[in-house]
Ligand binder design. Structure first.
Ligand code: SF4
Ligand code: SF4
Ligand code: F3S
Length: 369
């Protein structure tokens, strides 16, 4: 958890490197971090000095973080309570002016802190949101007597950009799952006049959030986004595209149960419900827990947690089907080829991505206001 008193002991206008030095991060560690982030952002290694230079002189941006209908999983992921990492340190080095799950202040003092930070940084602060926003009437997710939607609209007005952390904020997520009793909606359904970056996942990969923050800090621009508002550099390929079990898939070697010989041999988990062919996220490359593993590496299929509506798209343990398509050619392909259902589903997902990109709502890269 972020030690609030420590974070506040670093002046808001302190350069980032100074703030990290206070935390004992060496220059060597800082340069290594810059190299990692530059590579994650798919930038040329020649840009490492530029990233380091820009970060060194970057001022700590004010960040207002609004948790709404969420489970704290996203916050837990980002703060990486399991280990003190440089990602955690850089996160602490921003000026986190309001996060009611983490901050020491409560009640009136907490709300006052948010109002003060907004007033002092109007037009400049980054607004981070995790959790969905209920529209189902008074009483759902009310903070200090005000509805989540009301607080979001007010905070968005003075924000430079909005970062939606997690599938709940990005797409509605679990609170919006059928029958959606609170009428939960994503941030983008309420705020339409601000740049929004969706970092989906339930929860999202912490390093991805760090990389997006670094890009905003160093280049002052939003990353290129896909048709769902997600940074293309992390969501441009499916889990299936980069999965190390893919050769087993291609050879038709599938685990049939979680304790059979195929599972022991590390065969493909497609028949056990893996949604990797239709899920776009960087888990197979960036991985989790300091880059050690990801769900498929741990022996469980991807449940598609970075995609809209993942909770309502059939059983987590049911193999993918393409019967939701009305394209007869695709259905025939899938039905005729047995295990090629996964390939057909992947093909369909990719076609949808490309169609949406061609529709013109893609490539939202640009200077921040
Ligand atoms: Fe929790 Fe998942 Fe929603 Fe994050 S996206 S708040 S982890 S349910
Ligand atoms: Fe990997 Fe799942 Fe694709 Fe199999 S179906 S190769 S386990 S992503
Ligand atoms: Fe989620 Fe699938 Fe990654 S379940 S964590 S997108 S492997």
């Amino acid at each position: 958890m972020i030690p609030q008193a420590d974070a506040r002991s670093i002046p808001t206008d302190a350069p980032l490197l100074d703030a990290l030095a206070v935390r004992g991060v060496s220059r060597r560690g800082f340069v290594k971090f810059c190299a990692t982030i530059t590579s994650m952002l798919a930038l040329s290694p020649e840009l490492i000095p530029q990233v380091a230079q820009a970060l060194q002189s970057a001022r700590r941006p004010s960040v207002i973080w609004l948790p709404f209908q969420e489970c704290t999983g996203c916050t837990e992921s980002i703060t990486r309570a399991d280990a003190e990492t440089i990602e955690q340190l850089i996160f602490e080095a921003i000026s986190l002016d309001y996060q009611h799950t983490l901050q020491a202040a409560a009640g009136t003092a907490a709300e006052q802190a948010r109002q003060d930070a907004m007033r002092a940084n109007w037009g400049q602060y980054l607004l981070v949101v995790d959790g969905s926003v209920p529209l189902g009437g008074a009483g759902f997710c009310t903070i200090a007597g005000r509805s989540a939607a009301d607080i979001l609209v007010e905070a968005a007005r003075g924000a430079r950009a909005i970062i939606c952390v997690g599938t709940c904020a990005a797409f509605g997520g679990i609170p919006a799952a059928n029958p959606n009793p609170t009428q939960a909606v994503p941030v983008s359904q309420i705020v339409r006049d601000k740049p929004i970056v969706n970092i989906s996942g339930c929860p999202p990969i912490p390093n991805v959030i760090t990389a997006v923050l670094v890009q905003l800090l160093t280049f002052g621009e939003l990353p290129q986004l896909d048709h769902l508002g997600r940074p293309k550099v992390f969501y441009g390929e499916s889990i299936h595209d980069r999965c190390y079990r893919r050769p087993f898939y291609e050879r038709g070697q599938f685990a049939e149960s979680f304790d059979d010989e195929g599972a022991r041999q590390g065969w493909c988990l497609y028949k056990l419900g893996c949604k990797g062919p239709v899920t776009y996220n960087a888990c197979a490359t960036v991985k989790w827990n300091g880059g050690t593993s990801f769900p498929i590496g741990a022996g469980h299929g991807c449940i598609g947690c970075a995609e809209p509506g993942f909770w309502d798209r059939g059983g987590f343990y049911d193999a993918l089907s393409v019967t939701h398509t009305d394209n007869l050619e695709e259905i025939a392909l899938a039905a005729g080829a047995g295990v090629a259902v996964g390939a057909a589903a992947a093909l369909l997902a990719r076609k949808k991505q490309h169609a949406a990109a061609r529709a013109g709502d893609d490539g939202a890269k640009g200077e921040l206001p």
